[in-house]
Design a protein around this ligand. Structure first.
Ligand code: MN
Length: 135
């Protein structure tokens, strides 16, 4: 079991991701914009963060950059969720510090499994970050 923070401004997407994580035995924390997400990451140190890109107050790119800039938090895997994966987006997402991304609509069949690829094998922990998965 891992503790996963879901940062998403759309209630139905947030609820779906939390439901799926819980169904697969993971604990889920929630935040509804990037600023709240950064605050929860800093306070709770989740094992993984899944984050929407388009959000009010602070978007996912800025939130990811802030998390990556903090040496205490920079080892936490970050996975983006985006409805738009157009030419150049992948580069922008990876440049912001994300380890990978998933595209919306969320596929309940593979969502948790895809996230779990970003968790360290044998359980999460400081310095135990899994190598970034390509694709
Ligand atoms: Mn959004």
């Amino acid at each position: 079991m891992a503790c996963v923070l879901v940062v998403e401004d759309k209630a139905e997407n947030l609820e779906l991701m939390v439901y799926l994580l819980n169904a697969f035995g993971h604990e889920a924390l929630v935040a509804r914009d990037g600023a709240e997400g950064v605050a929860v990451v800093s306070q709770e140190r989740p094992d993984l963060v899944v984050m929407d890109l388009q959000m009010p107050v602070m978007d996912g790119y800025e939130a990811a950059a802030l998390i990556r800039a903090d040496p205490e938090l920079s080892c936490i895997p970050l996975v983006a969720v985006t409805a738009y994966a157009m030419v150049g987006d992948r580069e922008r997402i990876m440049a912001a510090g994300f380890d990978g991304y998933l595209t919306k609509p969320i596929d309940p069949e593979v969502f948790v499994r895809d996230l779990e690829r970003h968790l360290a094998p044998g359980g999460p922990g400081p310095g135990a970050r899994a190598p970034a998965q390509e694709g």
